[in-house]
Design a protein around this ligand. Structure first.
Ligand SMILES: [Zn+2]
Length: 832
């Protein structure tokens, strides 16, 4: 038996480390936390100095037994769980268990910044004692979450029938989502117009310009407000015929690379660029961190993925700089290394950014050893890390302001050209600048240019802030200081598990339960769902881990006030609670364009009340005495006398009329914003996809016309439409995705034929030996761990599915069957 025992969290990590340490060491995995606080009364005892009554988890029993047995025979135990607060707590809990067993074996704490041979050996060499400040901070966090969850949830169950549990941080995240939806519902879009003109220089060069002011008034989303006012500007320009250049600017603009990734920015970028959920990102990053077999042996490919740091180690910076010179040349290397400071205040938990452990392992080099998800995420991290030490990109920015002789109308033309790509060579980013990537003609101040007809004017509508995506929610949480790298993914998952929110088109939509819970917490636990208060608690936890605040003092401080609040709420008269919720729901449901939906669904009386009863919140009619389900209102629907669901045409914003004179409205509903036209007494709706965000009559007419035939190819019609998975061309019975989604609205017959002729080849993996293209529908994925029955995966027009025991389960969030993992499939089966 080995004399030295190393305990890590996961079997993958233990596999990697075993190879580095040799036969003197035995490596065991704890499989995460081994003890927790059972969710029963008394797991934390405020009256006994917040004593925590831990229990070994059922699933951990066998791992604990193995660890105890091995520790008895060892001379020294290295607790090498992850390097953050949670990892420190795992180390401490295991040490406590060994102490309770009266083991005398020496215990040390080792941390690895990355799972490479050098880092692991260094970690063992520099092993230290367990850091009790870090453990205190973790315990304070755990106690806080337990106390809030365990005492707040019963209040909800008693006062709000049908509600689920409430967590400390999740409730605040939920509030963000609910408040955003409330803003969206209350938003009344307003109309405005923009104008642009093509100009012609003396050298006969054409360029575009926008009207920026008229009669001293700036054009904005508040002016001009209607077509009449826009036409006035248009007519004025038509009469002016020429413009004079008044001001010319031309300058270099520099753009610096982004800081390397921390947890929050990685989650955001992976969501925006790869469409990964935070959960999927973290699971994939974990695998890259713990070690992957890459031919020359197993090794960790990235540094620890739970970090709020953006600093890089000296060694890492040096090797990145060498790599940049060898790959791109001196031009791409700044004179001195770029330094990115971490925002976090506490030094204790200041960790490195997420970076590759070896920059020379390019995605091309090791791609064949990685799964598709692993490769995508690794590539993102690799490129971002490389870019963060590269030169800035340089743009040439030009602008020319022009006005008419009387100086009444002012137009501006922009030119914007990339002069030197710098870091963009490694890491492309969306550059949101005016100008179309071309230079402006050579014009001097005082030069006259011609205005070419026609002058284009365009209708727009202001739009509400968009719903939260996982990426934007994590961004706001990080900015508000709520949650920490280890918790973002859990927060998001918990909200969905409790059915407080659901995801639609990758955006969070609050469910009724979530709205009601938020209204209750805002009314009666105001402080505890305040952003500053929650952020303040996180900061205090950081101070505890720095050893500058006592855990007990912190808990006592929190508990005394919270406990009183809970007792007080339990005694609250139901009518007080009902009226508080009614107030919030009233604003939530019937503001803005939804104002006239405030009516009884049975008798249309406006005399209604929002009530809280045994079965939750409902709408009571004071005239006909009937109860109405609240879901109908949230969906923005009104039911007619004959029971038929009919949209309330009066609500919403009039966008314009179609050629038959039918009015078209812009509305928001349960599934986001949409256009609606009433044709022959029937409502036709089209939701507004993210790639056609602009609310205009033109877009409304287009979206409402789908699916439609746009031309012919070899005598067969070509249609286009928008389906569950985005825009498509339908030809000869086959759906082909339109990859450049933005082009959908203007797709010509020629472009459609191009798409048909260049449609992606069927995957050869499933091709038959004789070369025919008939695709095999499914592939084997593995066994379900519970039943040991085979799971197959395949793709239909409705998406990727798992086939298991003769039943189909949709696997959400992925587009190709090849990307489905066994884990994805088991998840879909167990939740479906
Ligand atoms: Zn009624």
């Amino acid at each position: 038996m080995a004399k030295k025992l190393v305990i890590v969290e996961s079997p993958a990590k233990s596999k990697t480390i075993t190879k580095y340490l040799g036969s003197d060491y035995a490596v065991l995995a704890s499989f995460g936390h081994v003890r927790d606080l059972p969710s029963q009364n008394g797991s934390v005892e405020p009256k006994s100095n917040f004593k925590m009554n831990y229990q070994i988890k059922d699933t951990s029993q066998k791992h604990v037994t193995a660890i105890v047995k091995a520790a008895k025979e060892a001379e020294i135990v290295y607790m090498a769980s992850d390097q953050d607060r949670e990892g420190e707590a795992i180390a401490w809990n295991l040490a406590e268990i060994l102490r309770e067993k009266k083991l005398k074996t020496e215990i040390k704490r080792a941390t690895f910044t990355e799972i490479t041979e050098k880092a692991v050996k260094d970690g063992i060499k520099n092993a230290r004692d367990i850091d009790y400040h870090l453990v205190d901070a973790q315990q304070a966090r755990l106690s806080l979450d337990y106390l809030v969850g365990f005492h707040l949830s019963p209040v909800l169950w008693k006062k709000l029938p049908g509600s689920r549990s409430a967590g400390r941080v999740q409730s605040v995240a939920l509030r963000l989502i609910v408040e955003r939806e409330k803003e969206i519902r209350a938003f009344v879009p307003s109309e405005y117009w923009s104008l642009q003109a093509t100009l012609n220089s003396a050298n006969n060069e054409e360029f575009l310009s926008k009207v920026i002011s008229f009669e001293g008034k700036k054009l904005s989303n508040a002016f001009p407000k209607n077509e009449k006012d826009a036409s006035k500007i248009q007519e004025y320009l038509e009469n002016a015929k020429t413009l004079i250049a008044r001001e010319i600017e031309s300058k270099d603009a520099k753009r610096n690379p982004f800081a390397p990734f921390n947890t929050a920015s990685l989650q955001q970028d992976a969501s925006n660029k790869l469409g990964f959920s935070t959960d999927r990102t973290m699971k994939t990053a974990q695998k890259l961190y713990e070690g992957i077999e890459i031919g020359s042996g197993t090794r960790g490919l990235i540094t620890y993925m739970r970090t709020d740091g953006t600093t890089l180690s000296k060694d890492a910076v040096e090797s990145i700089r060498e790599y940049i010179v060898s790959q791109f040349g001196d031009k791409y290397l700044p004179k001195s290394p770029r330094i990115y400071k971490t925002k976090t205040k506490n030094a204790q938990e200041a960790h490195e950014a997420i970076r590759p452990t070896d920059i020379s392992l390019s995605p091309e080099k090791i791609g064949k050893y990685l799964s598709s998800d692993e490769l995508k995420l690794y590539e993102l991290i690799w490129k971002r890390t490389l870019a963060c030490q590269m030169s800035e990109a340089i743009f040439l920015r030009q602008s020319i302001d022009l006005s008419d002789k009387a100086d009444k109308v002012m137009l501006r033309a922009n030119g914007n050209v990339l002069k030197f790509d710098g870091f963009l060579k490694a890491y492309s980013v969306q550059i949101d600048e005016d100008g179309d990537g071309s230079l402006l003609p050579d014009i001097k101040i005082g030069d006259e240019v011609n205005i070419l007809m026609p002058i284009e004017k365009k209708q727009h509508f202001t739009a509400a802030k968009p719903r939260y995506t996982e990426a934007s929610l994590v961004k706001d949480l990080e900015e508000l200081g709520i949650g920490r790298p280890s918790t973002y993914a859990t927060i998001i998952k918990t909200l969905q598990d409790r059915e407080y929110v659901h995801i639609d088109k990758r955006q969070f939509v609050p469910d009724l339960k979530g709205v009601v819970v938020t209204s209750f917490l805002k009314g009666f636990f105001t402080k505890y769902v305040e952003y500053e208060f929650t952020a303040g608690l996180e900061e205090e936890l950081d101070i505890i881990s720095d050893g500058k605040l006592e855990k007990l003092k912190f808990l006592r401080n929190f508990w005394d006030e919270f406990d009183a609040k809970v007792a007080d709420s339990m005694e609250k008269d139901p009518s007080i609670i009902s009226s508080e919720i009614a107030k919030f729901m009233q604003e939530y449901m019937f503001s803005g364009t939804h104002a006239d939906e405030k009516q009884c669904l049975h008798c249309k009386s406006k005399n209604i009340d929002i009530k809280t009863g045994k079965f939750g919140v409902y709408v009571k009619c004071l005239d006909c005495d009937q109860n109405n389900s609240i879901d109908k209102y949230i969906a923005g629907m009104v039911i007619t006398e004959d029971g038929e669901q009919k949209p309330s045409a009066a609500s919403g914003t009039l966008v314009g009329k179609d050629e038959k004179g039918n009015e078209i409205f812009y509305k928001t509903g349960k599934f986001g914003p949409y256009f609606e036209a009433i044709q022959d007494g029937k409502a036709k709706r089209a939701s507004i996809p993210a790639f056609i965000p602009e609310v205009s009559l033109e877009n409304a007419l287009f979206l409402l016309s789908l699916p439609k035939v746009i031309g012919k190819f070899e005598d067969k019609p070509i249609s286009i439409g928008i389906g569950k998975f985005g825009p498509y061309v339908l030809y000869n019975g086959e759906y082909i995705s339109i990859v450049e989604k933005e082009k959908t609205a203007t797709l010509t017959q020629k472009e459609a034929i191009h798409i048909i002729q260049n449609k992606p080849e069927k995957k050869s993996r499933f091709a038959k030996a004789d070369g025919t293209t008939r695709e095999k529908k499914t592939r084997e994925l593995g066994e379900h761990p519970k039943t040991k029955k085979q799971i197959l995966v395949g793709k239909s027009r409705y998406g990727v599915y798992a086939l298991y025991m003769k039943k189909f389960y949709t696997i959400k969030g992925i587009e190709n069957a090849e990307d489905a993992t066994l884990e994805d499939a088991i998840n879909a089966i167990d939740n479906g």
